[in-house]
Design a protein around this ligand. Structure first.
Ligand SMILES: [Ca+2]
Ligand SMILES: [Ca+2]
Length: 265
């Protein structure tokens, strides 16, 4: 049973607003006990909380967001408290992935830059085996050139110093049904006219890091590259441009079919 006074506080803390936007703190508690936070969080032993993250599916397409169930479980035999912000609860979570640093995978939360008037820490007392749960949406926005990727997530209580990490979650990337773009190493290849034959390529993804990339294009789709140009660098723009006559590569086993990155023509 939850005392009425506490229930009222729960209802008050479930909603907070910024102007006309209201955000709901969606949480479920095993053995529910919820109080407005007053004191500082106590340090927790490393094994005190078990963090579990479960994607709604493990086969995902590039650009198709997927939901991830989040669970912070009290793995001890005594009550534990965790604290999250009532509106910006997602700040308690961190994403670690091979592709997180490049920005290819991220959480799709669009409220991250909003400021909430009533955003406040909420303390939850978890009984043994009890859990704080929530849900987040992740998205792999750009192809990685791989058929798989993995990620893990951590939970850190408000004002806490310790991050509790989940196990690694392995994900498969569903290839496009009718590929017109492939990756091999850092090179990206395109079939722009849809005849199944490569007619464009770029040397790498140094475009992200102020580097210069080399582009080749078969402008008349006869199976031979005609133009080679280099773009990028600190000054940007076209670095060099020359005519070439070079047979286009054939799509082989080591070519990973990918969705066309947004920046590819
Ligand atoms: Ca082609
Ligand atoms: Ca040509």
């Amino acid at each position: 049973m939850i005392p009425r006074a506490i229930l009222k506080k729960i209802q008050q803390t479930r909603l907070c607003s910024t102007g006309r936007i209201a955000c709901a703190l969606a949480f479920v508690l095993g053995g529910l006990s919820l109080l407005l936070a007053t004191g500082a969080a106590k340090p927790e032993p490393a094994s005190a909380l078990r963090v579990l993250v479960k994607p709604s599916k493990t086969n995902v397409r590039v650009g198709e967001p997927f939901k991830v169930a989040l669970r912070v479980e009290n793995a001890t035999r005594s009550n534990r408290s965790v604290r999250v912000m009532s509106c910006t609860w997602y700040r308690a979570w961190n994403l670690d992935s091979d592709n997180a640093s490049s920005g290819k995978i991220h959480d799709t939360n669009t409220n991250a830059f909003k400021s909430y008037e009533n955003d406040a820490p909420v303390e939850m007392i978890l009984p043994p085996g009890g859990a704080y749960t929530n849900e987040m949406e992740l998205s792999l926005d750009e192809p990685t050139g791989q058929r798989k990727f993995s990620f893990r997530m951590s939970f850190t209580s408000v004002d806490g110093t310790q991050a509790f990490w989940s196990e690694k979650v392995e994900m498969n990337i569903v290839p496009p049904e009718h590929p017109s773009c492939w990756q091999r190493g850092t090179k990206i290849f395109r079939d722009r006219d849809g005849d199944g034959r490569i007619d464009w390529e770029v040397s790498g993804d140094t475009w992200r890091h102020d580097g210069v990339d080399t582009y080749k294009a078969d402008t008349n789709y006869d199976g031979y590259y005609d133009v080679e140009s280099a773009w990028g660098g600190i000054t940007g723009g076209e670095y060099s441009h020359k005519s070439i006559h070079e047979r286009v590569p054939k799509v082989g086993n080591d070519f990973v079919p990918i969705e066309s990155p947004r920046w590819v023509p």
